[in-house]
Design a protein around this ligand. Structure first.
Ligand code: ARG
Length: 293
């Protein structure tokens, strides 16, 4: 049985979000199935306009938005959920756990994001890459695969495509919270943030096609109310990659008609945005931002 979320220490809500300037966003390689066929097709001006519209939504919701400057040569840097995992250690300044990216193309993003956090006074936490049983690899893709239960010190840890299951064991002392690991079974839903979106303490939007029976049982034990997004909307529009920053509003790629109806029925206010250019890279709202504690 997974731990009871409400028995875990509480975490204050976050009102600050980091986004990364999309100046050099592009699809120049294929590391997930969504990117196939999209190399060289990104409309850069449209991408900037879509990114800016998302930034305005966060500002209108009353969040502070920090912007990480763009760096040439890193077309996926804009997915700023992936390079780190923010946490609040029991003592000292807030911290980020640094990712160990799965794809070689993205490894150079981590020091860029780390430098920004260091300049802001955050602690950088990391683990050495150590072979175990002769196997290298404790890949970890930050908030792409790990996410907090809203308001609680409890972490959901997706693994299978980008993050190794072992990554959570290796980082447990840094995460300093219970971790519910969830195996991801469908490569189109390759990050946890493509198949789980926590909405409030009791509610999560999920795509059940991504999970094993065991995973689904764990999720339903932790969230009394699970909203199941239709598989086609989760895969084609990354409908579950929408984001609820405040327990009330759900910001999501437009056009996911059935998902939107279900989320509205559950009492949330839905804000639709267009992230079509970013969908070409396999990302949408939830991975275009990082909540800062
Ligand atoms: N092209 C990026 C990649 O495949 C997209 C990352 C999207 N991020 C996310 N957390 N889903 O790595």
């Amino acid at each position: 049985m997974p731990p009871d979320p409400l028995a875990q220490p509480s975490r204050p809500p976050s009102t600050r979000v980091l986004m990364a300037d999309p100046e050099h966003f592009d699809v120049t390689y294929v590391i997930n199935p969504h990117m196939a066929g999209h190399v060289g097709t990104v409309d850069r001006d449209l991408a900037r306009a879509q990114w800016e519209a998302l930034r305005q939504v966060y500002l209108q919701l009353g969040l502070q938005v920090d912007v990480l400057p763009a760096v040439p040569g890193f077309p996926d840097l804009v997915f700023v959920a992936n390079q780190t995992f923010p946490t609040q250690p029991r003592q000292g300044p807030p911290a980020v756990i640094l990712s160990h990216m799965h794809a070689a193309e993205r490894r150079g993003e981590v020091p860029i994001v780390a430098r920004w956090f260091r300049e802001q006074g955050w602690q950088l936490l990391d683990v050495p890459e150590q072979p175990r049983d002769g196997i290298m690899g404790s890949h970890f893709e930050g908030m792409g695969d790990a996410n907090w239960h809203p308001g609680r010190r409890l972490v959901y840890g997706g693994y299978g495509w980008r993050t190794a299951r072992r990554a959570y064991e290796d980082r447990l002392h840094l995460i300093d919270a219970e971790v519910v690991t969830l195996e991801l079974q469908d490569v189109r839903l390759y990050h946890l943030d493509t198949c789980v979106s926590p909405l409030d303490e009791h509610t999560a939007l999920i795509c059940d096609a991504a999970f094993s029976e065991r995973g689904l049982a764990a999720l339903s034990a932790c969230f009394p109310r699970l909203i199941r997004a239709p598989v086609d909307e989760a895969m084609e529009l990354l409908a579950v990659n929408g984001h609820c920053p405040d327990g009330k509003h759900f910001v999501v790629q437009r056009g996911a008609v059935r998902t939107v109806a279900l989320v509205r029925e559950a009492g949330f206010e839905v804000i639709e945005v267009d992230t079509s250019e970013f969908l070409k890279s396999g990302g949408s709202v939830q991975c275009m931002k990082l909540m800062l504690d």
